[in-house]
Design a protein. Sequence first.
Length: 337
Amino acid sequence: MTRSTSTRPPPIMTRDLLRVADLSSSEIHGLFALASRLKANPGAFASALAQRSLVLLFEKPSLRTRVSFELGFQKLGGAVCFLSHEGTPIGARESVHDYAGNLSRWADAIAIRCKSHALLERFAASSHVPIVNALSDQHHPCQALADLFTLVEHGHRVESLHLAWVGDGNNVCSSLIEAIATIGGRMTIISPRAYAPSQEILRAANARAHRSGAQIVCTEDLGAVAGASAIYTDVCVSMGEEAIAAEKTAALTPYRVDGALMRQAGPHTTFMHCLPARRGEEVTDEVIDSPTSIVLDQAENRMHLQNALLVSLLNPEVALAARREPSSHSLRHQGTL
Ligand code: CP
Ligand code: NVA
């Protein structure tokens, strides 16, 4: 784990968050520190984003991401405008360039859930306000950051963390790979070869891992869960992949997380899932409803982590001041605060 040893708070966020690799290790630790303070003392931040506005553009369905961005931003005193693009894709009615240019005149930030990561990059290139990736086909950075924050909050130390991803090497998996590669720890991706993470993601992660000391390994062997701090899985078929649903489900069914696999991992292994889950498909009821499951903590922390991100982007003075204040939270004892 690379950790800031100086007494100065880590730097405030860069402009867009399209993928976790846009962040440095100290920026990620800074977000964890601020998220912890926002969660512990929400009243102190009730007007942190007063007069600020956030627009959400979603081409795909959502529960957690939409609600956590909308209610989260309102809890900070800001205004939110949701535009559904489930019927009309972004860029169909007017060019992406014109759309981004118009929204930049009214909004202070834009969060986008879209089918194509390339579209997100084009949108960001034309926007004059920060763009936050609220899920693309390739990345889900807010999810992965909230997940690692949740593990740290549950007492896991990054340097001794072993995250076992079981199933499809998809967008959530890619963002977790980038996060571990950046801050350190160990991640084992256990999937059939056809659904392993992309080579581009693995190459970039391994380059980062040289600096952070992270270990990223891919295997088809389910036995690699042994001793894992956490097993994480996601749906076999992501949004937009309906045409290949049957073949993906068939290939990934042997990778279902059930009680036997959890026992193989060990008595202290936590279960994680970004949700929504297809119960009985990638995970059994027995596992997702067990005391080892932290899926609702993950869901709650989406809001706190995203709020930390938005305060860092839109009111950096408040973010810096908050991070200078003493904290009694347990993250402090792990060197994150
Ligand atoms: N985990 C997550 O992003 O959930 P939604 O698709 O419901 O937003
Ligand atoms: N991999 C899933 C994540 C949903 C939050 C999807 O893209 O549909």
